[in-house]
Each structure stands twice: as structure tokens, then as C-alpha cells.
Write a protein that binds this ligand. Structure first.
Ligand SMILES: [Fe+2]
Length: 424
């Protein structure tokens, strides 16, 4: 904890104190009958079990189904019981994901659950809503659930932002894409749990907990599928690099340069992932071009050029089959389009070319000029920058070329390895 940034320590203390004060107040407010103690133990167990089965998010952080349990308790039970359930859910976590994790993380999690639950209970308190199945009450429960989710996401994004040295706002935006489907499935489930427990007690609750685990399982499958998709992309690039000696390392470098440009343009985390994979895959269509042509020394015949020029379209055909989250195929198809409309395959121009394709074109041009070929040595960084300046506005998007110039002076050494380029 001591080696963590000061700003994180301050956030930790602030959230923990807020949680403790609220928890103490909630306990004081509650009439601790035996039935309430029993509810606390039962739902505390459910919350801890849910927290022990998390699903990791691609950009850091994770989600769990405990959200549904918290929504259920905040609707049904006195405030002291529901806040204590949230605290138990954060503190008593088991499973391989949390093994070896420092204790302060549990305290932080428990505290942010308590604070988020506080936001939800505030909505219920202001509107004076008890348990009911009237449409108005259900709407208020959804607003309360939303208040919980927003508070939770915001605290987590600030904490991750500080710890990873990134913008909390970008993390927030990146993760909301994952949290909304989670919210849409778990908030109604939380309401349903409350209804079932209210009508049928513990037996009904355990019957409902089975779909809750299924919902967690399907979300995990979704994340795993995405992971498999990205692994497939990497395998494709490796296949290409094994075939074309020039391409070796080219795709990865273009990927890094494109992401550096995207970061300078303040693209969201999600768009950066899209850009990275489109950039890494931009030349995948060369798999369909003869090796003799790709590795030929000297001038190509017109028919051979024709074949090389088909690679963006072949690339699109290869990857459109794995259209999972993004339309990478179109970006790959258009990476040899020129800003003035004289490129191929479609001859589109200016901003009709997708932004990602224009970014890849700049990164690709730079790497092609500075790379060694079998028949010539790569040019220097300065020569490449001069060439990019010369073709900005005709071949390349001038705005992106300018951003690239700024990025490259600052970040190139780290982006593609100091040995490739000497920045003067
Ligand atoms: Fe290409």
C-alpha cells in the first residue's frame, strides 16, 4: 500500500471513511431482530459467493453478478442489513482470481460497494419507496440500480486511472460498453430475486440463483469468445509473416505506430483496440499473393502489380468471416486508398476513407520507407519524414501526417524500438 501513488492512497482513505461512516449509521438505524441477522448471513453468503466468481474485463477491472444480490437486498431489507451484505461481499472473497491479492484491495472493494449501495438507497429513501410491484416502484428500482452502477463504475475508473497512469474518463467510457449489457441483465434479475424472496422465501431464492450463475457463465463465454477472436487474428498475422520475409515485424510495427497516432487523437480504449487489430491485419491479404511476386527483386510486371494490388480486397474477404465486434474488413480493404482519390481498390477520397484506414496508411508508409528490402536498404527517419511531408494532402491525410510528425518525435524510440530509428 505504501508504494502506491499518493493520490490513490487519498482516494482509498476517502472511500473507506465514507463507507465506514455510512455503515455505522446504517447499523444504528436497523432493528437487529433474529430474522434480520438470518437474512444478513444468507444474503452475505450469496454476495460472497458471487464475488468469488468474477469475469475480467478486457481493459482492467471485472464484473460480477453480486450486483443483482445488492439490488435485491436494498429493495427488501432494512438499510443496516443491505449495507452489511455489501461489505461482506467485498471482504469475504475466495477463488483463484483473488489469491495473493493484498488485503487493501478487499477493503477498497467492500468500501466502494457500500458507497455505491448508499447511492442506490438514497434514491429509494428520497422517493420513499418500499417493496412494491407497482410500475412506478419498478421504475424507481431501476433508477436506484443505475445510481449504484454509475457510482461503482466511477470509483473504479478513478482508481484504475491513478494506478495505471491512464485517463479515468477513457477507462470509464471503455468499460461502460461492457457494463451496460451486464446492468441490463442483472438489474431485472435483482428485482426478480426480490419478488421471489418476498413471495416464496429461501426456496424460491435458491431456484433463482441457478439462472444467476448461468447469466454469469454466458457473460464469461462472451469475453472468452472475444479473446479467441483476438488470438485468431494473431495466428493469421504469424502465418503471413512466415511467408513474406519483408513483412516480418512490419505488421506489429504498423500496429504500434497506428495506436500511437490514435492515442494522440484521444481515441477511446475500445477504438484503439479496433485500430490496433485493423493495423496489425492490414496486409493479411498478402497470404493470397504468390510468394515469388512478394519476394521478387527488381521491377514487377504489370500483371504482378495487379496481383499485389488485390491484397486489400483478399484481406477483407479473409477477415469478414470473423466479424465479431468490429468491421475491420472495410478498414483493411481501404488502407491503400489515397487522400486525393487516386488509390485502390475503390478510388474513394478524403474523409470518405475510414479514419482508421487513413491512420494505417500513414504508419504503413513510414514503416515501408524505413524498412530494408532484399533489393534496397531502408531510408533514414529524416528521409521518411520528408517523404511523408511531401505526400501529405495527395497520398496521405495531411492532418494525420502532422499528428504523426508530432507523435513520432516524442514516442518513436519507445514505440518501435530505439535501434530502428535515430530521432535527431
Ligand atoms: Fe498493404
Amino acid at each position: 500500500m505504501k508504494d502506491l501513488p499518493k493520490s490513490f492512497q487519498r482516494l482509498f482513505i476517502l472511500i473507506t471513511i465514507m463507507a465506514l461512516v455510512f455503515w455505522a449509521w446504517a447499523i444504528y438505524q436497523t432493528d437487529w431482530s433474529w430474522i434480520n441477522v438470518f437474512r444478513l448471513l444468507l444474503f452475505g453468503f450469496l454476495a460472497a459467493a458471487s464475488e468469488s466468481l468474477p469475469v475480467s474485463l478486457p481493459k482492467g477491472g471485472y464484473v460480477t453478478v453480486s450486483f443483482a444480490v445488492f439490488i435485491c437486498v436494498v429493495i427488501l431489507f432494512p438499510i443496516g442489513v443491505s449495507v452489511s451484505v455489501a461489505a461482506i461481499g467485498g471482504l469475504f472473497v475466495f477463488g483463484k482470481e483473488v489469491q495473493g491479492e493484498p488485503f487493501y484491495k478487499r477493503v477498497f472493494n467492500a468500501s466502494q460497494f457500500v458507497v455505491s449501495l448508499g447511492a442506490a438507497s438514497l434514491v429509494l429513501r428520497i422517493t420513499d419507496t418500499g417493496f412494491s410491484i407497482a410500475p412506478m416502484a419498478i421504475l424507481i428500482y431501476l433508477v436506484a440500480s443505475f445510481a449504484y452502477m454509475l457510482t461503482n463504475m466511477t470509483v473504479v475508473a478513478i482508481a484504475l486511472g491513478i494506478l495505471q497512469g491512464k485517463s479515468p474518463w477513457l477507462i470509464w467510457i471503455g468499460n461502460i460498453r461492457w457494463s451496460i449489457p451486464n446492468f441490463m441483465s442483472l438489474a431485472p434479475l435483482g428485482l426478480l430475486m426480490a419478488l421471489v424472496f418476498h413471495n416464496d422465501g429461501e426456496v424460491g431464492l435458491f431456484l433463482l440463483f441457478i439462472p444467476l450463475l448461468l447469466s454469469r457463465h454466458s457473460f464469461q463465454l462472451y469475453i472468452d469468445m472475444r479473446e479467441n477472436y483476438l488470438n485468431t487474428v494473431e495466428a493469421l498475422v504469424q502465418a503471413l509473416e512466415a511467408k513474406d520475409t519483408y513483412t516480418s515485424g512490419h505488421s506489429t510495427r504498423v500496429g504500434k505506430l497506428a495506436v500511437a497516432i490514435g492515442e494522440a487523437m484521444e481515441m477511446s480504449e475500445e477504438k484503439l483496440v479496433f485500430l490496433k487489430y485493423a493495423a496489425v491485419l492490414h496486409d493479411v491479404g498478402k497470404i493470397g499473393v504468390s510468394e515469388t511476386i512478394l519476394n521478387k527483386e527488381g521491377k514487377l510486371l504489370e500483371s504482378e502489380w495487379e496481383s499485389v494490388r488485390s491484397h486489400p480486397v483478399i484481406g477483407q474477404t479473409i477477415i469478414k468471416g470473423i466479424k465479431f465486434l468490429f468491421d475491420i474488413g472495410n478498414v483493411v480493404r481501404l488502407h491503400h486508398e489515397r487522400y486525393d482519390g487516386k488509390g485502390y481498390p475503390d478510388g474513394v477520397q478524403g474523409e470518405e476513407i475510414p479514419l482508421e484506414s487513413r491512420i494505417i496508411a500513414v504508419a504503413d508508409t513510414y514503416d515501408a520507407i524505413t524498412s530494408d528490402r532484399s533489393y534496397r536498404k531502408g531510408s533514414t527517419h529524416d528521409e521518411a519524414m520528408q517523404e511523408i511531408k511531401r505526400v501529405a494532402g495527395s497520398q496521405l491525410d495531411p492532418k494525420i501526417a502532422e499528428i504523426f510528425r508530432k507523435v513520432v518525435t516524442n514516442e518513436l524510440a519507445q514505440a518501435i524500438g530505439a535501434d530502428r530509428v535515430k530521432v535527431t
